[in-house]
Design a protein around this ligand. Sequence first.
Ligand code: HPA
Length: 282
Amino acid sequence: MKQQPVIYQKIRDAVEAIQKKTSLVPEIGLVLGSGLGAVAQKMVDSVTIPYTDIPHFHGTSVEGHAGQMIIGRFHGVPTVILQGRFHRYEGYEMEEVVFPTRTVCGLGIKTLILTNAAGGINTRYRPGDLMVIEDHLNLMGDNPLKGPNLTELGPRFPDLSEAYSKSCIEVIDMAAAELNIPLHHGVYVGLLGPTYETPAEVRMLRTLGGDSVGMSTVPESIAANHLGVRVAGISCITNVAAGLSPHKLTHQEVIDNSKLSVDKLVLLLEKVIPRLVHKPGA
Ligand code: HPA
């Protein structure tokens, strides 16, 4: 028998352990950013699995990130939620950062929705605003696909010309318009962190075409695209980026202000998720 690469076997281990706890096959994966855990309260008929009970997962160490997987129905749709993510700035290797993403893809999801708390680089953005991610700038100085390629997962040189699915963006736009929820469209900049940006860096990022900035999302989008899973992304703007605000930025402000957008995010996801369900032949 062919020797499977270690990472591939690890994903299989995690998937099998989860499948022992539920027979539900999720259609949608949803990753919740800092302070956005309230979205998970909308799940019904769900099982909650602490990350520490899933093989090869770590616990989470960042406040505002619970560290659990919830599998159930979100507005009727079989969905898996990752409440809490791993970040490169915590010291995890990229392979560890994207392990939960690869696991939920291994459970059979067709669409991955990535949410995050982000700073607003675009001067029109205010705390509480939502931005649908049209594209990203990977300025993390790293990539989850570096090293030998695993052909079981995807191609050596994946195309990222539609890292955020246009069909998902259309669905999100339509839902936001129906709900009267203002929605920006923009480019998310992924940085390593954990420091927030200097004002000079924020000016640079604006010049480069960035609209929101954070320390996540980019690796997960890359890993899911590699696996052929379509990706949607939504930034919840929690603060104006450094240099655009008269006061200093803290993680507490980010957590507190994520509450300003979470209700809108729930309403939006309740409309969007049922419409993202894959229709055979569509
Ligand atoms: N910068 C980086 N990451 C963030 C920010 C920010 O301003 N706000 C929330 N996450």
